[in-house]
Design a protein around this ligand. Structure first.
Ligand SMILES: *Cc1c(COP(=O)(O)O)cnc(C)c1O
Length: 411
């Protein structure tokens, strides 16, 4: 398994300072004094780059945003109060009543209900497709479609998308592609595969230790010449392109979503997220090698394991060709029934039972009785939620200890 060398350097160098306090300073101030009315005017018209008010940006958070944008090769980023804050910021900055979303693969429960229950109340419709339904996706695009939304790895169905192929469809049709890359930071680089916007819940493996809720949206640059963003479909963007050029998606996101919905990151959470980022490549490398080893060993012992590293998985070939740096910390176990799943969870001495993923500790959760409890049978089928399904997020423990505990717990 190849390493994340370049990120090891980027992250520790980006977080620490060469002079003064090495650890990032937490600027715990909601508002900022301008000193003179002239400077105040300059801050508001954008000619002076100083903090305006923490809802619109904070110096500690700005440091995190710079590192995140650099990680994905974006032109800039906006950090948010949570991963759902990131998804809602990215979407709300592009949508108006009457618009349509095409949602592909996944899907994280909160995102599913955001699309199906919340945005629908505001006249925005969403069609849901499996990752392999490429023809259906292409023919579902209409002039109302503003967003194609994709998760890099189906959570918890573990299906893997052909991101390049879906990006090609989005680019041909002139539609923005947003990728939720929460489970695969660094392993998947959506902007280089043709996506426009990347969203993260930094709560998960980026922070890595359940210490801070947070999210981040990374935006690509608007091209100088031709660009699908310069079309009528995105008429509201044109004034930002005129004013901010390559950076246009950032003021668009701040003025059309962050300013009025207020899903802003707190300086404390941004600080804790940066502490997590410093060790992300090391943790990621260990976890992705543990996941493959644990999934295979449990499978060889007769457990019903779902992970693309297994030859039995329908996307095994895609895993080998497109996911060379793994597909994150997750796999699932189907215990066959709710009773058997609960028995396993009551037996395990190692796994922590919680709804989080990407933690330093191994986590486990029964899906049907928790995150998906309000979903009807058809929705559960689409999302791959069976009665005995347990989602596992592998942590930093010795993989052999995890295997021993799970085999004992499954008896
Ligand atoms: C957790 C998660 C989210 C939401 O993140 P929060 O920080 O909990 O709001 C979104 N997408 C994915 C894939 C997630 O795992």
């Amino acid at each position: 398994m190849s390493s994340f060398e370049k990120f090891c350097t980027k992250f520790v160098q980006g977080v620490g300072s060469k002079e003064g306090a090495i650890s990032p300073v937490i600027t715990s101030s909601a508002s900022f004094a301008y000193g003179t009315p002239e400077i105040g005017e300059g801050i508001f018209d954008g000619s002076i780059k100083k903090p305006l008010y923490s809802r619109m940006g904070n110096p500690t958070t700005a440091r995190l945003e710079t590192i995140m944008a650099d990680m994905d090769g974006g032109v800039g980023a906006v950090a948010t109060s949570s991963g759902m804050g990131a998804t809602s910021l990215a979407c709300m900055s592009l949508l108006s009543s009457g618009d349509a979303i095409i949602s592909v693969g996944g899907l994280f429960g909160g995102t599913y209900s955001f699309f199906s229950e919340t945005l629908s109340r505001f006249g925005i419709t969403t069609d849901f497709f499996d990752v392999d339904a490429l023809e259906e996706i292409e023919s579902a695009i209409s002039e109302k479609t503003k967003i194609i939304f994709l998760e890099s790895v189906g959570n918890p169905n573990m299906r893997l998308p052909d991101i390049k192929a879906i990006a090609a469809i989005a680019n041909n049709a002139g539609v923005i592609l947003i990728v939720d890359n929460t489970t695969t930071p660094m392993s998947v680089e959506p902007l280089s595969l043709g996506a426009d916007i990347v969203v993260y819940s930094t709560t998960k493996i980026i922070s890595g230790n359940a210490s801070a809720l947070g999210g981040c949206v990374v935006f690509r640059a608007v091209n100088e010449g031709e660009d699908k963003l310069k079309s009528e479909r995105y008429d509201f963007l044109q004034k930002f392109i005129k004013g901010a050029g390559a950076m246009a998606l950032i003021p668009n996101a701040k003025k059309r979503a962050l300013r009025d919905f207020g899903m802003s990151a707190s300086a404390h959470a941004s600080y804790q997220t940066m502490l997590g980022l410093e060790t992300l490549p090391l943790r990621m490398e260990r976890i992705i090698s543990s996941v493959d080893f644990i999934a295979r060993t449990l499978y060889n012992h007769g457990l019903k394991v779902n992970h693309p590293s297994l030859e039995t998985h329908p996307h095994h070939n895609r895993y080998i060709s497109d996911f060379k740096h793994g597909c994150g910390s997750l796999f699932t176990l189907d215990m066959g029934s709710k009773e058997a799943a609960f028995k396993f969870l009551n037996n395990t001495k190692l796994a922590t039972i919680t709804a989080n993923i990407g933690d330093s500790r191994t986590l486990a959760l029964h899906m049907a009785s928790t995150i998906y409890r309000d979903f009807d049978a058809k929705e559960k089928e689409f999302l791959g939620i069976t009665e005995g399904l347990i989602r596992i997020s592998v942590g930093l423990e010795s993989p052999q200890d995890i295997i021993n505990d799970f085999l004992e717990s499954a008896k």
